[in-house]
Design a protein around this ligand. Structure first.
Ligand code: AN0
Ligand code: CP
Length: 317
């Protein structure tokens, strides 16, 4: 594997899952593989899990790791070509990327959708510049349209906990005070569509995602109906995608919050969320603290998904 930006980069999912469980059983089995190899992680946005789990995964493989927070300590970066750089931006991304590439063997990038220009976001303008100019394998640590390390960890978690061969997985929109990217739900849908699970998406009207990601998934506007018989509830907020509403908040309706009454409609479903989560907006205290909540196990699997990805890339360096 060269770059990791979406589900297709991973190759056969069943063998990737097998590798994930092998690594989970012995995280230090390949502790020499990454010796003298360096990972740089570049963050344009905040992170708790991605930062720590990816660094931990790299350390498990014996790698060296450097982290750059673009907004804390680095020069302010201009990302547009043709701009007269007479403002507060000191350095251009087009120099910064190859410079960073020279200091590492693999480069991880977190760069969220900016909601300024839908085309730029959906063309993955920042991520693709790293692919084009770093001369290094690039790992998406959440880009504008996808969060594949998260989705892979989600899949590992479902495989660990599912009780039926073909579970019903329901991704539900839930309210949030700020406009959030579609990367997590896009990516989750993209990965679920590679499995044989029953996959249903529920959201208020107007929150339709890009069909490129949702594919043939059933869209159910009635959240209660969607929850019936579910084995996994995957909650997430996202801002609108469609048309002129791109990046807008259309609803903060707390009747979409995942609560105990709704969980009772399911087949004793597990609750999932990628975190960070706003309690009593997305999910009530009761549900997230319940025995059925998998949020901590899900976050733990971020170390595993990152380690499979880094291992595969190192093996093809
Ligand atoms: C981000 C998002 O929704 O994309 C990161 C989630 C992993 N969430 C927030 O910014 C709260
Ligand atoms: N789930 C996730 O990616 O969390 P962070 O934003 O904290 O990295």
């Amino acid at each position: 594997m060269r770059h990791f930006t979406n589900v297709h980069d991973l190759g056969d999912l069943q063998s990737a899952l097998k590798e994930a469980f092998e690594i989970k059983a012995d995280k230090y089995k390949y502790s020499e593989l990454g010796k003298n190899k360096t990972l740089i992680m570049v963050f344009f946005n905040s992170s708790l899990r991605t930062r720590l789990s990816t660094q931990k995964a790299a350390m498990n493989l014996g790698m060296n790791v450097m982290v750059l927070d673009v907004n804390a300590g680095a020069w302010k970066l201009e990302t547009e070509r043709g701009v007269i750089m007479d403002s507060d931006k000191t350095e251009h991304l087009l120099e910064a990327i190859p410079v960073m590439g020279n200091y590492c063997d693999i480069i991880g990038v977190r760069s969220f959708a900016r909601f300024e220009n839908k085309e730029d976001d959906y063309n993955e303008k920042i991520l693709n510049q790293f692919i084009q100019y770093s001369n290094r394998p690039v790992v998406s640590m959440e880009a504008a349209t996808r969060h594949p390390l998260q989705s892979f960890a989600d899949l590992i978690t479902i495989e660990e906990f599912k009780k039926k061969k073909r579970p019903k997985v329901v991704m539900t929109w839930a309210p949030h005070p700020k406009a959030l990217p579609q990367a997590v739900p896009n990516s989750f849908a993209e990965w679920m569509n590679q499995t044989d699970y029953e996959f249903v998406i529920t959201h208020p009207e107007g929150y339709e995602l890009d069909p490129k990601f949702t594919g043939n998934a059933r869209i159910e506007y009635d959240q209660d109906k969607a929850f019936e018989g579910a084995d996994f509830i995957y909650a997430k907020n996202w801002a609108a995608y469609s048309g002129n509403n791109y990046g807008k908040i259309l609803s903060k309706d707390l009747s979409w919050t995942v609560d105990t009454r709704k969980m009772e409609l399911t087949d004793n479903a597990y609750f999932m969320h990628c975190l960070p989560v706003r309690r009593n907006m997305i999910v009530t205290d009761d549900v997230i603290e319940s025995e059925q909540s998998l949020v901590i196990q899900e976050a733990a699997n971020r170390e595993i998904s990152a380690q499979v990805v880094l291992k595969k890339i190192i093996e093809s360096l």
